[in-house]
Design a binder for this molecule. Structure first.
Ligand code: SAH
Length: 249
């Protein structure tokens, strides 16, 4: 995409996108464009909906009650949705928002909250997680917004894994794993669907670690000699996976 379009605001919409289509915005997106960004009629934005790629659109009616955009031309074809599954034990709010935004930027296609023994968070705000993921998708210019799955307990996740996920391998970031580089372990998984699991601040319990290591589809990896905070471990794990067997190649 030419650099000129790189700086335009990007909005995720639900409606189908095609040339000559007019798109009416709701209050929140209208306020964002007209009040926050102080945009005027005739100025351009980039729209995407996760199905039709990215389209250039211009403000046709700068009505503060609800702006209307006129779609002009397609800028990018729809790229395939990421097949990378990312599971994490929810953290306290601020760090949780950060974690789901980073998982989006790093290319997760499914973001799955997993409740473990030492997970501190009680009630997850699913709508807030989705809002964070959409904002991150707009900012990092992915064309499909990752799915935020409803929370699941670790035991249920493992019990249903093979039936639900088929051949997908689950890369288990194990803070107790012997320290050695994960490169060869990951390279051996090349071509297989992948999931990544990161534990909570308190780590995994001994029982959880034993249950994970007993699963044939689980691949435990070390993320080095230091104990990383859960949100650091999430970005580190996503980075090594994307670099070695993912879409950074
Ligand atoms: N139990 C420790 C660490 C938990 S860190 C504590 O209480 O401080 C949170 C999660 O990050 C871990 O469950 C693990 O999934 C991941 N993690 C952190 N450091 C890691 C490492 N060196 N290798 C693999 N995973 C790591």
């Amino acid at each position: 995409m030419p650099r000129s379009h790189k700086s335009l605001p990007r909005l995720r919409v639900e409606v189908p996108l095609a040339a000559m289509v007019e798109v009416g915005l709701g209050h929140e997106q209208t306020t964002y464009l007209l009040t926050v960004l102080r945009m005027k009629a005739g100025e351009a934005v980039v729209l995407f909906n996760g199905r039709d790629g990215a389209w250039l659109a211009r403000i046709a009616d700068a009505n503060r009650k609800g702006a209307t955009l006129a779609i002009e031309v397609q800028l990018q074809h729809q790229s395939p949705r990421s097949n990378l599954w990312f599971g994490f034990a929810p953290l306290k709010t601020g760090r949780l928002d950060y974690l789901v935004q980073k998982a989006t930027e790093m290319g997760a296609g499914v973001i799955q909250p997993v409740i473990t023994r030492y997970t501190q968070v009680s009630k997850l705000r699913h709508d807030k997680l989705v809002a964070n993921v959409i904002e991150a998708a707009e900012q990092c210019e992915v064309l499909s917004v990752p799915t935020v799955a409803p929370e699941i307990g670790l035991a249920d996740l493992l019990a249903g894994w093979q039936q639900r996920e088929g051949l997908r391998r689950l890369i288990f970031c194990d803070e107790a794993a012997p320290v050695h580089g994960p490169a060869q372990q990951l390279a051996d998984l090349d071509g297989l669907p992948i999931g990544i699991l990161v534990g909570p601040e308190g780590g995994f319990s001994d029982e959880e670690r034993a249950a994970l290591l007993a699963c044939s589809f689980v691949v435990p990896i070390s993320l080095g000699p230091r104990i990383l905070r859960a949100d650091t471990a999430a970005v580190a794990a996503l980075a090594v996976v994307q670099a070695i067997i993912g879409d950074w190649r």
